[in-house]
Design a protein around this ligand. Sequence first.
Ligand SMILES: Nc1nc2c(ncn2[C@@H]2O[C@H](COP(=O)(O)OP(=O)(O)OP(=O)(O)O)[C@@H](O)[C@H]2O)c(=O)[nH]1
Ligand SMILES: [Mg+2]
Length: 392
Amino acid sequence: MPTNVTPEFDKQRQIYEDTENLEQRIVELEKLLGLAPNHKGAERMVGDYRKKLAKLKAELEKRREQERQRKASAGPEEGVIRKEGAGQICLVGVANSGKSALINAVTNAELTVADYPLSTPIPTPAMMKLEDINIQLVELPGLFEGSYDSAIGRQSLSVARNSDCIALIIDLSQDIDRQMNIIMGELDKARIRLNREKSAVRVERTGMGGLMIYGAHYYEGSKDEVVEYLKNRKLTNMIVRFQMPATLEHLRDALDSSVAYVRAMMVATKGDSAHSEARYKDLQEEYGDRFQIVPVSVESKDNLEKMKWAMYEHLDILRVYTKIPGKKREDKPIVLPEGSIVEDAAEKVHKELFVERFRAAVILREKAKIKRRQVGLNYPLQDGDVLQLMHR
Ligand SMILES: Nc1nc2c(ncn2[C@@H]2O[C@H](COP(=O)(O)OP(=O)(O)OP(=O)(O)O)[C@@H](O)[C@H]2O)c(=O)[nH]1
Ligand SMILES: [Mg+2]
């Protein structure tokens, strides 16, 4: 049933829909809500617009927060590699670990492969095709002890901290402890934490009210210890929430806005070389709990396909294909973060407020028991879903 609206409302709706800038959109949407009819028949529409407004505001807040963090942590040369494709993965390892050879093996790039160190002197991107999407791989110059104190090392690490995933490249023809010590040491100096849950500890600075500590049973020590620590740091008004098992280090990181939490995996290279099997076994034993480890060899082309899929998995994304009834589905997927719902996909397809005109969505899942399912906007999507969106 169409909602009766005034001409002013219609005009303002057009203005709002045509506005691209996020801040301005919020202003226009607020004006629109001011003009909205208040009869019963319009409740649903007004509700949808209010939801949208809340979402836009949250988005703006998130953007501002990201901007603040970027400013807090960035060096002057940050952002030299523009992100492209469905996700970005940084290859991080010591010199000569086989990063360039690996990238050449899975992309069209022709990077210099050489047995002398630092043959790749600056962060270097290449595109890896995987089925119907592209994943950007970035080789960072080989790390060494003290990288973080050099300009190029600092720049590399700033690329890594903003990346979607870090692939630790461990050379199975070299000593693994030495490599891991160097890599983890430099990442640590750059305040990059791998595979660690950011939400284990949440802190909120308050103007007054003293210290409030929730979920203290998750903390490895006593609550008094937390209080003592915060007092020593002159933090007297604050809410601390432990949401998962946590240590003092987690608490310290939570108080430090320059700490970056990045997803990570491990690629063990040169699986064809002498003693590589024993080294791989040690690596599994020591780090298998923390990282998925994929052993590869460029020389014998071993496991490269498996590595590509492991990289895909670590991007935490899903692919959805739109389809018009009676036609073949689109070849190119819409790429969304894992956990996305129908509404997220709809927003990517139809730039403007779809919610109001939304009629129904149908999900086609070939592998599922129920292959065709009519769903609402809040329905969670899965990788490979084919989606039909019906609107007025
Ligand atoms: N046996 C063997 N050697 C490899 C393999 N992959 C790379 N290499 C050799 O390892 C050496 C270093 O390879 P690169 O790809 O240049 O290593 P890199 O990590 O890019 O090095 P930098 O850019 O200098 O840090 C070269 O001599 C390669 O031929 C492999 O799968 N097996
Ligand atoms: Mg290289």
